[in-house]
Ligand binder design. Structure first.
Ligand SMILES: C[S@@+](CC[C@H](N)C(=O)[O-])C[C@H]1O[C@@H](n2cnc3c(N)ncnc32)[C@H](O)[C@@H]1O
Length: 385
């Protein structure tokens, strides 16, 4: 195979098309025989709300907080520095006008066991390196990285105090990009999804970024969690199964759940929301769920207008969760303003949204420990007052 072919039913994430100066280096075929590419996502340095490769000092006043491109895309006069394709890749051949031909170099085939190539950014603490596929059928969308993952990662990095030292659960983590960003501030991230091949790629991405995790002190555990099922597969049954200790730790310690770009199919969205209810009601502490979504608008004959049915369904599920009165759980839903700094280079389109759901128990749970104030040394105890 010397060329990647795009079938009519494949989807391609804009993230992979728009990486400035991207070198789409194909490194291997995954276990399913799909070409695997590697991308490096630089974490920009932010200063006073402006992010750039060098700390965002120059021209800081010209940027509005987030909607303008990062400094590295703007020249010294403030004009947009459009990244052009290399001259040799522009061609008049009709089949190549739309998209560059990808000439992959296959370095190895099958499951990778060790890091195969090194460059100057290999061990950089401000680069997240992700192996992914470039175009997939819908059932394999998790093998690409989506804009919602970037929005969520931006939010995490712009509000590290919210997540510092926490235990987090990511649902539908795909290639693990957001879990890795979370692990730069959180103590532990349970990074979950389904499919042995996908989870294998995700696990490898965790290994590729271990230098980042070692320096931050966070841990990412890649585990299987299917919204369609009720169980945590045990580690005896699957390579990505859960040990009893992990299940106990998840329930005892998790206070944050994240879900990036998971609502594109109504049945899946229903099962995601059932899982969110089940997870948060089984945790031993109140928790906060963050959900990112991209409203993908299409013209439909049915509506004779542009609409996004998946988004409308997501909003209905949010509304139902917020209105739930089952006597056990209470959920409050709010939209999060997305004008926080942009730590990664991607197009933060206005259709990208972030939602926050606070989950609390209506009555004190049996296993929930009441908070007993510890008297300060030397201070009179309540009984002696
Ligand atoms: C559009 S991708 C988003 C991946 C990643 N969060 C991102 O934004 O790059 C949707 C993800 O949901 C996962 N997913 C779909 N159905 C699922 C299920 N029943 N249980 C768990 N994950 C599921 C897919 O495998 C995929 O990784």
């Amino acid at each position: 195979m010397d060329q990647v072919t795009f079938r009519s039913d494949t989807v391609l994430s804009d993230v992979h098309l728009l990486i400035p100066n991207a070198r789409h280096l194909m490194v291997r075929l995954n276990a399913a025989g799909q070409p695997v590419f590697v991308s490096r996502f630089k974490i920009l340095q932010c200063s006073e709300g402006v992010c750039s490769l060098d700390g965002g000092q120059e021209g800081a006043g010209e940027q509005n907080e987030t909607q303008t491109p990062p400094q590295s895309l703007v020249d010294e006069d403030g004009d947009l520095d459009v990244v052009r394709r290399p001259r040799e890749s522009r061609t008049s051949e009709p089949d190549l006008r739309i998209r560059d031909r990808v000439n992959p170099t296959i370095l190895s085939r099958g499951e990778a066991t060790e890091l195969q190539w090194v460059d100057e950014e290999e061990y950089s603490k401000d680069v997240i390196k992700i192996e992914h596929t470039m175009a997939t059928p819908l059932e394999d969308v998790g093998k690409q990285v989506w804009r919602g993952a970037f929005l969520m990662a931006d939010f995490i990095l712009s509000q590290p105090e919210l997540f510092k030292g926490s235990t987090a659960l990511e649902l539908g983590a795909g290639m693990g990009f957001t879990s890795l960003a979370m692990a730069t501030v959180a103590k532990r991230v349970y990074c979950t999804d389904v499919g042995r091949d996908l989870l294998g790629m995700c696990q490898r991405n965790v290994a590729l970024n271990r230098h980042l995790l070692e320096s931050a002190g966070g841990e990412v555990k890649v585990r299987e969690l299917d919204w369609m099922g009720d169980d945590f597969p045990s580690d005896a049954a699957s390579e990505f199964g859960w040990s009893e200790e992990e299940i106990a730790d998840l329930h005892d310690s998790t206070t944050v759940l994240i879900a990036a770009d998971l609502c594109y199919d109504e049945d899946l969205t229903d099962s995601l929301f059932r899982t969110l209810y089940r997870m948060t009601s089984n945790l031993h502490q109140p928790s906060t769920i963050y959900l990112s979504i991209e409203k993908r608008l299409n013209f439909t004959i049915q509506h004779l207008d542009i609409s996004c049915e998946a988004y409308d369904h997501f909003r209905r599920c949010l509304r139902d969760l917020g209105g739930l009165t089952d006597g056990k759980m209470r959920f409050s839903v709010e939209s999060v303003e997305t004008r926080f700094p942009q730590f990664f280079e991607y197009e933060r389109v206005e259709q990208l949204e972030l939602w926050k759901v606070t989950a609390s128990f209506v009555s004190l749970k049996k296993r929930e420990k009441p908070v007993i104030p510890v008297p300060l040394e030397g201070a009179p105890s309540p009984s002696t007052q």
